[in-house]
Design a protein around this ligand. Structure first.
Ligand SMILES: *[C@@H]1O[C@H](CO)[C@@H](O)[C@H](O)[C@H]1NC(C)=O
Ligand SMILES: *[C@@H]1O[C@H](CO)[C@@H](O)[C@H](O)[C@H]1NC(C)=O
Ligand SMILES: [Mg+2]
Length: 256
């Protein structure tokens, strides 16, 4: 304890004494004897690339990052990151001047935005997305209607309703799962909504096209999309994205 304190003090003293030198040190080029930066996959860099949508169309979590993603998802950081998004969204929402005509809507995606499939993704057969997606197995899980709520999103949902927003759930889940989805949402506390839009047999196109066309229908119906929250960039890109979008973290899978 004493020596740790001493090290800390020395570190702080050094940092205070030469702040600029330390900053520059961080930006020094990494060159080994061969002049090359080592090529280890840095999983935090990978996750940042995923969250910023710099990395696209990836099909599974890199093998080397399965443990990293698992620790992130099961540890405090994921929950705190979700809470931070919800807090920013609420700060924005409470500053809005709603029209009071019942047309101010907040769009929520469902999977990994309002409901969490973490119990499924944490299983050995899925390994947090490091094992290729199995649609059959995932559908069986959805049919169980056993997904817990993402706590920050559930709190935000309740506060938005109190502020006077109408809630629209817009999900890529197929119509066939409407009943288990409704059961699941209600069970965990999402008890009311203006619309629950699932993907029908007539809905074509990729996720961006599908969600854009559904948002266009909302806007054509007189709704004002004041906020839009999703875990995938395809929830937030395209036409009529909403006045402001909020991205919740998801390093387990990519939907383009
Ligand atoms: C809020 O909106 C209403 C209706 O559009 C408007 O009359 C009012 O001035 C607005 N209030 C503020 C503080 O912007
Ligand atoms: C996908 O999941 C189903 C249902 O659990 C299982 O029967 C099947 O073997 C799995 N397929 C693969 C390729 O793992
Ligand atoms: Mg989602």
């Amino acid at each position: 304890m004493g020596s740790l304190f001493l090290i800390l003090m020395v570190t702080i003293a050094t940092a205070v004494a030469s702040p600029i030198k330390n900053q520059i040190h961080l930006l020094m080029p990494h060159s080994g004897s061969g002049g090359h930066k080592h090529s280890d996959l840095n999983c935090l860099s990978w996750r940042l690339a995923v969250e910023t949508n710099n990395l696209q169309d990836w099909t599974q979590v890199p093998q080397a990052c399965a443990d990293y993603v698992g620790h992130y998802m099961l540890g405090k950081q994921y929950r705190q990151d979700c809470d931070a998004v919800a807090a920013e969204a609420y700060k924005y929402a409470e500053g809005l001047n709603l029209t009071g005509d019942g047309k101010d809507v907040w769009v929520f995606d469902v999977d990994e935005t309002t409901l969490s499939n973490l119990p499924y993704y944490a299983s050995d057969a899925v390994a947090f997305g490091a094992i290729p997606y199995n649609a059959t197995a995932f559908d069986l899980w959805v049919a169980e209607a056993a997904a817990p709520a993402i706590p920050g999103s559930l709190q935000l949902y309740k506060k938005l309703i109190n502020l006077g927003f109408k809630i629209v759930f817009l999900t890529g889940t197929k119509e066939a799962f409407k009943e288990p989805r409704i059961k699941n949402l209600i069970t965990v506390g999402y008890t009311q909504w203006e619309k629950l839009i699932l993907k029908g047999d007539d809905d074509h196109g990729n996720a961006v096209e599908y969600k854009s066309s559904k948002r266009k229908e909302l806007v054509d119906g007189g709704y004002k999309i004041r906020g839009n929250m999703g875990d995938q960039w395809s929830d937030l890109l395209g036409s009529n994205p909403g006045d402001r979008t909020f991205k919740v973290p998801d390093p387990m899978y990519y939907i383009g």
